[in-house]
Design a protein around this ligand. Structure first.
Ligand SMILES: Nc1nc2c(ncn2[C@@H]2O[C@H](COP(=O)(O)OP(=O)(O)OP(=O)(O)O)[C@@H](O)[C@H]2O)c(=O)[nH]1
Ligand SMILES: [Mg+2]
Length: 375
C-alpha cells in the first residue's frame, strides 16, 4: 500500500483520509509492533500524536540510526559520540513534556530556578562534560597520529557506504583478526588502524572508518565527523563500493558528496582509488569505468592486483620510490639507508665487498643520498 504524504513537516504528516486509513490498518494488524517513518526528523508532538493514534512506537530516520549506533558503540569514544547526538532529542522531549504539563514556571524552593531551568541546566552540564571528554580523546588521537607520522608509515583510509565491505577488505589485505566484519549497518563506529604490507614489503596502515549513509541526520554527522578526522590526514583514500547493491550509483554519489563535505586536501580527493567489491555476487561483472579494480574481499579475488595498484598510488602520493642501489659494505651507506629509508632487501655480493640494497625512499632522501655518496 502506498499513500502520499502532505508536507512531511505538517503535524500529522498524512492527509486526513490517508491518516485514518493507515490508523485502521495499523490498529487492525497485531503483527505491526512499531512504525518507521522515513523522514529525517519528526517533531516531538507529531511523534506523540502518531503513537497515541496507532498504539505502537514510531521512529524517524534520526532515532533509528541513533538506535543502531547505540547498539554498536563499543569503545568509550563511540559511546560518547552517541550520547552527544542524543542531547538534542532529550532537549526537545524536555520542552515537549514540560509544555504539556504546564509545570514550566514552578520554582524549586530556595533555588531561584524553575524546574524547567534546572532540567535545562543539567542537560547543558551533561553536554559540556561529554564534549570535554571527547576533546581529551581527540587530543590523544592527535598525539598518536603524530607518532605515526614520525615512524613514516603511509596511511591508507578505507571509506565507503555502510555495509559495502570495508572491514572485510581490510581484514583480507592485512590478515588482522581484530577487523570484525558483520552484516549490519554501521558495524564499525570507531576508526581503527591495521598494518599491512604491499608487494615491495612496504608497510602501510589501513584506517577502517565509519560507513556513510545518504541523508544521514545532520546532528549525527556533526558528532561523528570527528571520527573521520583521520581521513584528512591520510596519504591515500580507497573508496569501496558494493556493486551488487541495487542502489550502488546513488551510494557512490552520496559517499563522494560526504567526502567533499569533509574539507579534504585536493590532491587527496583527486587520487581516490575506487574499488568495486562483492563482484562474486554479480556473475560476469566488469567495471564500466576505467582505472577501477574489481574484487571480492570475501573470496579473495583481485587482491593481488589491488595491492599492486595501492603500492603505486601510495608511492606516488608520498613522493617515494622503490630503488635498488649498489653500496659498499665498508662505508656508511648501508647504515645511512637503514636510518633514512625503508630497507626491503639486501643481496650481498661478497667478491665485490658490496651489496644490492632495495629500498623505498622519498625523493628528498634520495637526493641527500646522492649528495653524500656520489656515484
Ligand atoms: N558476497 C560478498 N559479501 C561480502 C563481500 N565483502 C563483504 N561482504 C559482506 O558484507 C557484509 C558487510 O561487510 P563489512 O566488512 O562489515 O562492511 P563495512 O563496510 O565494514 O560495514 P560498516 O562497518 O557497517 O559500515 C558482511 O556480511 C560481509 O561478509 C564480498 O566481496 N562478497
Ligand atoms: Mg566496518
Amino acid at each position: 500500500m502506498v499513500v502520499s504524504t502532505k508536507a512531511p513537516s505538517s503535524r500529522l504528516v498524512f492527509g486526513k483520509g490517508n491518516f485514518e486509513h493507515l490508523t485502521e490498518k495499523i490498529r487492525g494488524s497485531p503483527e505491526i509492533t512499531s512504525v518507521f517513518l522515513n523522514v529525517e526528523r519528526m517533531a516531538a508532538p507529531t511523534k506523540k500524536e502518531l503513537e497515541a493514534a496507532w498504539g505502537v512506537e514510531v521512529f524517524d530516520r534520526f532515532t533509528i540510526v541513533l538506535h543502531i549506533f547505540r547498539c554498536n558503540a563499543r569503545t568509550r569514544e563511540a559511546r560518547l559520540q552517541v550520547a552527544l547526538a542524543e542531547i538534542p532529542v532529550l532537549r526537545s522531549n524536555l520542552k515537549n513534556d514540560l509544555d504539556g504539563r504546564r509545570g514550566g514556571s514552578r520554582y524549586i524552593m530556595g533555588s531561584g530556578e524553575s524546574f524547567k531551568q534546572v532540567q535545562r541546566r543539567l542537560l547543558k552540564e551533561k553536554e559540556i562534560k561529554i564534549r570535554k571528554a571527547l576533546e581529551k580523546l581527540r587530543k590523544k588521537r592527535h598525539l598518536l597520529r603524530k607518532q605515526r607520522t614520525r615512524r613514516e608509515f603511509p596511511v591508507v583510509s578505507v571509506v565507503g557506504y555502510t555495509n559495502c565491505g570495508k572491514t572485510t577488505l581490510i581484514k583480507a589485505l592485512t590478515g588482522d583478526v581484530a577487523a570484525q566484519p558483520r552484516d549490519q549497518l554501521f558495524a564499525t563506529l570507531d576508526v581503527t588502524t591495521h598494518a599491512g604490507t604491499l608487494p615491495s614489503s612496504l608497510t602501510v596502515l589501513y584506517v577502517d572508518t565509519i560507513g556513510f549513509l545518504s541523508q544521514l541526520p545532520h546532528d549525527l554527522i556533526e558528532s561523528f565527523s570527528a571520527t573521520l578526522e583521520d581521513v584528512a590526514h591520510s596519504d591515500l583514500i580507497v573508496h569501496v563500493r558494493d556493486v551488487s547493491h541495487p542502489e550502488t550509483e546513488l551510494q557512490k554519489a552520496s559517499v563522494l558528496s560526504a567526502l567533499q563535505g569533509l574539507g579534504l586536501p585536493t590532491p587527496l580527493l583527486d587520487s581516490v582509488v575506487e574499488v568495486h567489491n562483492k563482484v562474486d555476487l554479480v556473475p560476469g561483472y566488469s567495471p564500466a569505468e576505467p582505472n577501477v579494480l574489481a574484487v571480492s574481499a570475501l573470496l579473495g579475488y583481485g587482491l593481488e592486483e589491488l595491492r599492486a595498484e595501492l603500492e603505486e598510488a601510495v608511492l606516488r602520493a608520498t613522493g617515494r620510490r622503490v630503488l635498488t642501489l649498489r653500496v659498499h659494505l665498508a662505508g656508511a651507506q648501508l647504515s645511512w639507508l637503514y636510518k633514512e629509508a625503508t630497507v626491503q632487501q639486501v643481496d650481498v655480493i661478497p667478491e665485490d665487498g658490496a651489496a644490492d640494497v632495495t629500498v623505498t625512499i622519498s625523493n628528498a632522501a634520495y637526493g641527500k643520498f646522492r649528495k653524500l655518496f656520489p656515484e
